[in-house]
Design a protein around this ligand. Structure first.
Ligand SMILES: [Zn+2]
Length: 661
């Protein structure tokens, strides 16, 4: 799910580079909107929150859905659905009633099995099926069909489960669904709790002639009736119900077969695009999609749905999109949105978050994978650094709250842009420096190929397990601090060079009273005359000092030069050793002498104040100067003065005595 695009919209304005910085800032500012509701106490949100919590207990849910077939009648200019869903499923335990998620706004007409009618009752959010004395038995296979109809409710705790709109100069109607996270029940009787997948899904949609409906898997056939058409979509990959989506409108079709270099694989791609947008979208789909598919296949393994397709179906939500299984719903054709929804086919669809608390294992990855494309496919030294900088800055704006979602009642909290998307994606980006690319990508491929997780569900701990296995490192601190924990480390780096040695002192500072040490390797780049050296500082505690032999004079030093650490802006100071004891006053000759502890740099300045703080004198030593012999102004009287030394990153003051003859 992506409810607005990030660096992606960049590409809509590639020709207008000058205003890009402004646009990016504006986009990130817009990202505040989910927070507006996160702490909301509006009664409607509380009610919806409670509804979200009222998932039925696992005891009443099926263990496995062998197949689900949804047969529906839709008119995109009407907010109404008539349908039936046929299930073939088995249960983990025997029980009297089986619960199906369905909003009471949709009324059930009947429930039939091959041996007769099944009695049922409906409450606000569930349909309860009762087989009478026979009950529902564990490990038996059941087939039954639920018939229903009604006006899908408008659920404010979601992204619009069932929506209609008009588009284009001719106001063509469009209808689409978007069920993540709690919206299946707003338009079809589903088992929407995470943990349940269907092995096979069929969508049979009866729509007005002249329209098309996008769906999961392969389009098996189209039946033509008098003034209607019936689309038969069939999807033979395991899918959690929230990934079933459809969109109905008048669409132009683009088909491609994209070969994946280095393999024998070809990805069949099918796109449904609004007529008025084909001139813009088709060239983008032809040119931008193949390298994305190649890139992700190289990094993460074959496209997960090779036997079927990938595709897009256009909908009319602002900029966002949704990674419906094998056919993403697209509110725009932004570059990063295209990457994001494609990335989900690996992270989110093939391996799905086990709970909405772990939503970052879907969204953090899809957001991070945009940066992989920016780095390799479009990097001109602008887009990728821009992504890193803006993503980190967006995360900073939330000092509290964790990536791990502690309260999953509200959609706005689960899909909180700055944490679930931006912070989580930067946490993954930062792991590239901590672990190295080969280890990180090997660990992630192992995660995707884990037979317990593939076409199943994963938690935060599964990610940690596979990265620890691949790296041999203990990542508990990293995950505790960045995923489960709150806040960001803040570093103060002081450095000095003396007698061919570079001293670095790093101190972690925390805005909170309590200090949570982050165990990280910290990158520092040292600039010498015409050259630079990269240092890696393993840092585990509150403060640590490092010493390096370095004969050349250091010009300057940059902490985290390539934006690889999730931290607040670091402070770097060139440390000046104490000047105490270095002052010599020569009497009798009208001169005094200062011995600097290190060579002066350009712009260093000596200042002399009286005890009232009045500046009496200032002097800039020449670069490299160390021993200064200075005239004693005739009007200075014997007594106590304050000598200040101002360097680029530091300021020191020292009381001195000037003795008169
Ligand atoms: Zn997403």
């Amino acid at each position: 799910m992506q409810h607005f695009s990030i660096a992606a919209v960049i590409f809509a304005v590639m020709s207008r580079l000058l205003i890009i910085a402004f646009l990016l800032s504006a986009l990130y500012a817009k990202a505040q909107s989910p927070l507006d509701h996160a702490g909301c106490k509006h009664p409607e949100h509380i009610i919806q929150g409670l509804q979200a919590r009222s998932q039925v207990s696992a005891d009443f849910m099926p263990v496995r859905i062998q197949s689900q077939e949804l047969r529906i009648i839709l008119n995109p200019d009407q907010r109404y659905i008539t349908g039936e869903v046929e299930y073939v499923l088995s249960l983990s335990s025997s029980r009297q009633e089986l619960a199906v998620d369905l909003d009471a706004a949709l009324r059930v007409d009947s429930v039939w099995s091959p041996v007769g009618a099944i009695s049922f009752r409906q409450n606000d959010l569930q349909l309860w099926l009762n087989r009478g004395a026979a009950g529902w038995q564990a490990d038996s296979l059941y087939r039954f069909t639920i018939r229903y109809a009604g006006i899908p409710p408008v659920n404010p705790n979601g992204f619009g489960s069932f929506m209609t709109a008009k588009h284009g100069p001719d106001s063509v109607p469009v209808l689409w669904t978007l069920s993540q996270p709690y919206g299946c029940r707003d338009w079809w009787p589903a088992f929407q709790a995470l943990g349940i997948r269907a092995d096979t899904t069929r969508l049979v949609a009866n729509i007005p002639i002249g329209m098309r409906v996008g769906g999961p898997g392969l389009l098996k056939r189209i039946d033509t009736l008098a003034n209607r058409v019936v689309y038969h979509w069939e999807h033979a990959y395991s899918m959690p119900p929230y990934l079933l989506g459809l969109a109905v409108s008048e669409y132009e079709v683009l088909e491609q077969r994209i070969p994946i270099a280095g393999t024998n694989d070809t990805v069949y791609v099918l796109d449904y695009v609004y007529l008025e947008d084909t001139a813009y979208a088709f060239p983008r789909l032809r040119t931008l999609l193949p390298p994305m598919l190649q890139r992700f296949s190289d990094r993460f393994g074959p496209y997960p749905y090779l036997r079927e397709k990938y595709g897009h179906m256009q909908i009319s939500i602002f900029s966002g999109g949704m990674e419906h299984s094998t056919m993403s719903s697209m509110g725009s054709w932004d570059y990063s949105l295209m990457v994001h929804e494609l990335a989900h086919q690996w992270f989110g669809n093939m391996v799905t978050c086990a709970s909405w608390r772990d939503i970052w294992v879907n969204e953090g990855f899809a957001t991070w994978m945009v940066s992989l494309c920016l780095e390799d496919l479009l990097d001109n030294g602008f887009w990728w650094p821009g992504w890193k900088r803006l993503t980190r800055e967006s995360a900073w704006r939330v000092p509290h709250g964790s990536i791990y979602v502690r309260d999953t009642a509200l959609t706005t909290t689960i899909f909180f842009q700055r944490l679930t998307y931006h912070k989580a994606s930067f946490v993954l980006h930062a792991l590239r420096y901590q672990l190295g690319d080969s280890v990180l990508f090997a660990g992630l491929r192992n995660y995707l190929n884990d037979p317990m997780l593939q076409w199943a569900f994963a938690t935060t701990e599964h990610i940690r397990f596979h990265l620890e296995q691949a790296s041999g490192k203990d990542l508990r601190n990293y995950f505790d601090r960045y995923i489960y924990g709150e806040g960001y480390p803040h570093y103060l780096l002081r450095w000095t060079q003396d007698n061919g040695q570079l001293f670095l002192h790093v101190q972690q500072q925390q805005p909170n009273p309590q200090l949570f040490p982050f165990q990280l390797d910290l990158p520092v780049r040292v600039y010498l005359a015409g050259d630079s050296i990269d240092l890696r500082l393993p840092f585990a505690g509150e403060q640590q000092t490092y010493r390096f032999d370095l004969a050349s004079a250091v010009d300057s030093l940059v902490f985290d030069p390539d934006i690889n650490i999730l931290m607040l802006p670091a402070v770097v100071q060139r440390q000046t050793a104490a000047i105490a004891g270095k002052i010599k006053v020569l009497t009798g000759e009208g001169l005094w002498q200062v011995e600097l502890p290190i060579d002066a740099s350009p712009n260093d300045e000596l200042q002399l104040f009286d005890l009232q703080g009045r500046l009496l004198w200032q002097y800039r030593p020449a670069a490299g100067e160390r021993s200064l012999v200075l005239p004693w102004e005739p009007n200075w009287k014997a007594g106590i003065y304050v000598l200040g030394w101002q360097s680029e990153n530091d300021r020191q003051v020292q009381k001195i005595s000037l003795l008169n003859r």
